[in-house]
Design a protein around this ligand. Structure first.
Ligand code: ADP
Ligand code: MG
Length: 322
């Protein structure tokens, strides 16, 4: 049986490049660059709630860090350091090796140091804290959207939720289609480069982890504004587009979680600049609607269907289409 100390040494001790002191002491030490703010976020993944119980350990390692990196992307921050608190039912060395491989591969890709954490026995629970830097005053926040701003999203929406529905047999996809959508669910790609490029360009941003309606809703709430979006403008994959006659696909597009794309707002004059940001970051960016002035008693968010009628929305989803 491997001891706790041996486990930490073997799987979670890596040379820290940017930290003064990494794993091994009572706490880690880091230096934040002059003129920068420290950006801090935590995301927890619970077996059975945030991932299916049979999820591959390597993919889980990737995802645990990716969802945290996505929060850095949404803030326009450069991710620097991470801590990892792990509850494990047992010290399964095969599982640990795969998990740490998935986690560390992504950490290295973004130059993130694993600088500490905690390891304990218990039902599988993975809690990552991420720390990053942003030049003071430059973070992309949820409260900066202004009436007249245009609303944008990166990449394509809904694939992860569509894959989950197929895996849970709530809908059917062809095997090759399922494989493509499931990759979005299992190995989300944080839009770090886009978040950095949008600094000083976008007025507000959020990552789409709970679905577009819910997450755009947070921007509207925090900014005290309303919005209109065009259903037909929402970017989707060829797979999802093929099934738009299914309610479950439409729902995935509007309200499905786990895509980890960015939703952001910017004034009209920034259009060309945003397209360049997307090109530089290697990800498509699509305009989906516009921020409006909040009117008391009127809905905060209106989604126009292709025929011009408004979709009836219900808390984070919608109960009627077209
Ligand atoms: P303490 O008793 O002071 O909390 P621990 O024995 O829990 O110390 O941890 C020893 C060192 O290993 C600390 O530097 C801690 O941050 C690090 N550590 C523990 N678990 C992990 C983990 N899962 N990943 C990364 N570092 C870890
Ligand atoms: Mg400890």
């Amino acid at each position: 049986m491997i001891s706790e100390f041996e486990l930490i040494r073997r799987y979670f001790t890596h040379r820290a490049r940017r930290a003064v002191l990494g794993v091994g002491d009572d706490a880690a030490l880091v230096n934040v660059r002059r003129g920068c703010e420290l950006v801090v976020s935590t995301d927890m993944l619970l077996a059975g709630r945030h991932f299916l119980r049979d999820t591959d350990a390597r993919e889980l390692g990737h995802k645990a860090l990716a969802v945290n990196l996505s929060d850095m992307a949404a803030m326009g921050a450069t991710p620097r350091w991470a801590t990892l608190a792990l509850a494990l039912p047992r010290a399964d060395t095969r599982w640990l090796a795969a998990f740490s491989r998935g986690f560390m591969a992504l950490a290295r890709r973004y130059g993130v140091d694993l600088i500490g954490g905690d390891t304990t026995r218990g039902p599988l629970n993975i809690c990552v804290q991420i720390l990053g830097e942003v030049p003071s005053g430059m973070a992309l926040r949820r409260d900066g959207a202004r009436p007249g701003d245009e609303i944008w999203v990166s990449g394509a929406l809904g694939d992860a939720a569509l894959a989950l529905a197929a895996l849970q047999r709530r809908t059917r996809l062809e095997p090759a289609e399922l494989a493509r959508c499931a990759a979005r669910l299992r190995r989300p790609q944080p839009r770090i480069a886009l978040g950095l490029a949008l600094r000083g360009v976008a007025n507000s941003a959020i990552d789409v982890s709970d679905g577009l309606l819910a997450d755009l809703g947070h921007i509207l709430e925090c900014s005290g504004v309303a919005a209109e979006i065009e259903f037909a403008a929402l970017p989707s994959s060829t797979v999802l587009r093929r099934y738009l006659d299914r309610r479950i696909a439409r729902e995935a597009l509007l309200a499905g979680g786990d895509d980890y794309e960015l939703c952001f707002t910017a004034p009209r004059r920034a259009r060309e600049q945003i397209v360049r940001c997307g090109r530089r970051a290697g990800i498509a960016v699509t305009r989906i609607g516009r921020i409006r002035t909040r009117v008391r008693g009127a809905p905060r968010l209106i989604v126009h269907a292709a025929d011009g009628t408004a979709l009836r929305l219900a808390r984070g989803g919608y109960d009627h289409f077209g």
